[in-house]
Design a protein around this ligand. Sequence first.
Ligand code: DSN
Length: 429
Amino acid sequence: MEPLAQVDPEIAQFIRAESRRQHDKIRLIASENYVSHAVLEATGSVLTNKYSEGYAGKRYYEGQQYVDKVEALCIARAKALFGAEHVNVQPYSGSPANQAVYVALIKPGDTIMGLSLAHGGHLTHGDAVSISGMHYKAVQYGVRQDTGEIDYEEVERLAKEHRPRLLICGHSAYPRILDFERFAAIGRQVGALVMADIAHIAGLVVAGVHPSPFPHVDVVTTTTHKSLRGPRGGMILCRAQYAEAIDKAVFPGLQGGPHNHTTAAIAVALKEAATEEFRRYATRIVENAVVLAAALERRGFRVLTGGTQNHLVVVDATSMGVTGRQLAKAMDAAGLVCNFNRIPFDTQPALHPSGVRLGTPATTSRGFGPEQMELIAAWMSQVAKVRADGGQDLEARKQAYREIAGQVKAVCDGFPAPGLLYGPKGRPA
Ligand code: DSN
């Protein structure tokens, strides 16, 4: 019963420091969030001790009296929340979930079609450096240069030309609503199965603030830790006719024993996501993103697509005279954490791209509203100006970032985040 701090003070110290960091800084990484104490408790539970290869009622190890119940409850909650006929809650995360769909439904060498990474898609949707681009013939569609929005006509044209077995819709950095119905219609025209990867928007979908991919598409994958606000994990939701193939692809096709502690924590997150409070939370995520995008635009940032309809804002940092990487690193020094990102038609290399990607799920979880979004835009503008001003020496720049970081922390102290060790006013809870 010795506490972690006694058994391993070094790791305990790092966890405490990370908790402090998560409290003191503003998390603008679009894929991150703060889980509740209840989700954390389930994640850190004794379920981590148990092996459970197989599925409820058909396991390869004994002692599944409670694990079976946990997994069955998790599946039932996911089916009800998303309106899915079948759910597999065992994928370790989003990439393995996507890979399991490919193993289940197509063959190596088959053609797949997805949104290109450079235009806001995901590596696992057919990028050349991912197994999805190595084992399958990947065709990539993009966004229109004039609007920055998905070019559905190009999707249709490419689909007719290449006749993919699987058409993928979904993104990691696309600030607009996805037209699942249109993707499904294109898939039907060319005889392709359609997969929606809703990892980023799952929380918005269950709350009804983004259209659902059901009943339009054949199979849906998601992570559980982004806007859905669960532990790090993945799920596959599909029509009943694909259930057996999907389950076999996850286990024994790709994975061994499921992470039962994660399954329990996903179940808790799904219960939380079914509440009216979560629906209000998801609504505020989008409201905050809209305010943030407008405030950034007023301050001179070029905001891609001219705004947002979801939790994401992508800005072209070069509109402020800096690269995305320079801005992201300077922002981190100033207490504003985001990631640099390529933008569509980027002329800069991947490690020094033009954009930064911002998201509001985490800030909304700690209670930020429009007032704080305006502050974030003002701080970002100050940071960009300091970084762009080549006349300043490094020490002067660092001092300017430290001053902003102090203001950021003062605001954060008034908004304790769920699940952290730090309470009101930034003191240990
Ligand atoms: N790493 C996730 C993101 O940041 O969007 C996608 O896998």
